[in-house]
Design a binder for this molecule. Structure first.
Ligand SMILES: [Fe+2]
Length: 362
């Protein structure tokens, strides 16, 4: 697949979509290879799709191969949506049985995702955008699960525990289904009373799953403790350091990371390199530095197709990564109509200044 990810405001009519786009009901909205009309671009903006994968001149030859197939990710997102909706309904005995079945199905999907992860060698992860902001909560849950499992695997955690880690991670915010929508979807900062309500999602979540035999105690513990911080400043218990199990700490970091890089938290997406720096600034006081180092090893901070501004003032597009040096990829430097390929491992005088969303108008 030849493509790059661009902001919806950069999309010009006629550009070809390199990946399908789905609406909030998970039905296909735009087929791959469709040339976008101005009408369609407007429609995407209306449903809050902020980025699309396109195929254009400067993305020629750039190959993006996601680590986890879109089909499996969509399955996980769909199942999460069903579970959220189920919890919105009654708590009767029949519903408990359905919940157990849903949890079992979810575990099957996560097991398949773990199998895909095991079948990859030396590949790094970057999140793929499939749908608009309305699906944020489910999409975020799936991202946190994938990142947590990848870090857990890198740390040498066995497969059985990875599955429990993945289940706890994906369900960590399930209690948010009981937090009022106006708080949950508020743009901007929550006031102290709203924040207190939001904090309750960890206990709500724990209560919601505690009777489920399909969910392990480890997964439940993740749901309850994923907002604890090493210095005791977290919630609900204000636990410190050793009171917070390793697998919980992994989910905490992945949750923060995924929220930072998503479109949802800030209007302009924050790039993965900056997100890692933000995490680092909270370590070692609040977050586990070791886990952040593992995060660096599993996440592709400059996925192919990323536009960057260089220390020389020039702009480039990432073509390929150097696995041993994540901050020094192979670039295509764009000068006027000319493209020049530069391997940053061979030219050590150049540095990436920052990720940019568009090229300056020439
Ligand atoms: Fe949470």
């Amino acid at each position: 697949m030849i493509m790059r990810l661009i902001h919806i405001n950069e999309v010009i009519p006629g550009i070809k979509v390199a990946k399908p786009i789905y609406d909030s009901k998970l039905s296909l909205l735009v087929q791959k290879d469709t040339a976008l009309s101005s009408h369609l671009i407007e429609k995407l903006k209306q449903i809050d799709i902020r980025h699309v994968y396109v195929e254009d001149d400067i993305s020629k030859g750039i190959i993006l191969e996601p680590m986890i197939s879109d089909t499996l990710k969509l399955q996980a997102i769909t199942m999460m949506k069903m579970i959220y909706e189920l919890y919105d309904q009654g708590q009767g005995e029949k519903s408990k049985q359905v919940r157990e079945e849903h949890i079992r199905s979810l575990r099957g999907i996560i097991d398949d995702i773990i199998s895909e992860i095991y079948s990859q060698y030396d590949k790094k992860y970057y999140s793929t955008e499939l749908m608009g902001a309305e699906m944020y909560h489910y999409d975020h849950a799936v991202e946190v699960m994938i990142l947590s499992v990848l870090i857990g695997k890198k740390m040498g955690i066995d497969r059985e525990r990875l599955l429990k880690l993945g289940m706890g991670a994906i369900l960590s915010d399930i209690g948010k289904s009981k937090v009022p929508d106006h708080i949950l979807n508020k743009k901007g900062k929550l006031d102290p009373a709203e924040f207190d309500q939001m904090k309750k999602h960890v206990e709500y979540g724990y209560d919601m799953v505690k009777e489920l035999v399909e969910l392990s105690p480890l997964s439940r513990q993740i749901i309850l403790l994923h907002h604890e911080k090493l210095d005791g400043s977290g919630y609900p218990n204000g636990f410190v350091a050793d009171q917070i199990p390793l697998l919980v700490r992994i989910v905490t970091i992945c949750d923060i990371f995924s929220a930072i890089v998503s479109d949802r938290t800030y209007n302009n997406r924050i790039s993965a390199d900056v997100a890692v720096e933000i995490l680092r600034s909270a370590a070692p006081a609040k977050l586990d530095s070791d886990i952040i180092n593992y995060m660096m090893q599993i996440v592709d901070i400059y996925p192919p197709g990323t536009l960057v501004e260089l220390s020389t003032g020039a702009y480039g597009i990432v073509i390929n990564n150097n696995l041993s040096a994540p901050t020094r990829p192979v670039l295509r430097i764009l000068t006027g109509e000319q493209y020049e390929e530069v391997d940053m491992m061979k030219d050590l005088t150049i540095f990436i200044k920052k990720v940019v969303s568009r090229l300056p108008k020439s």
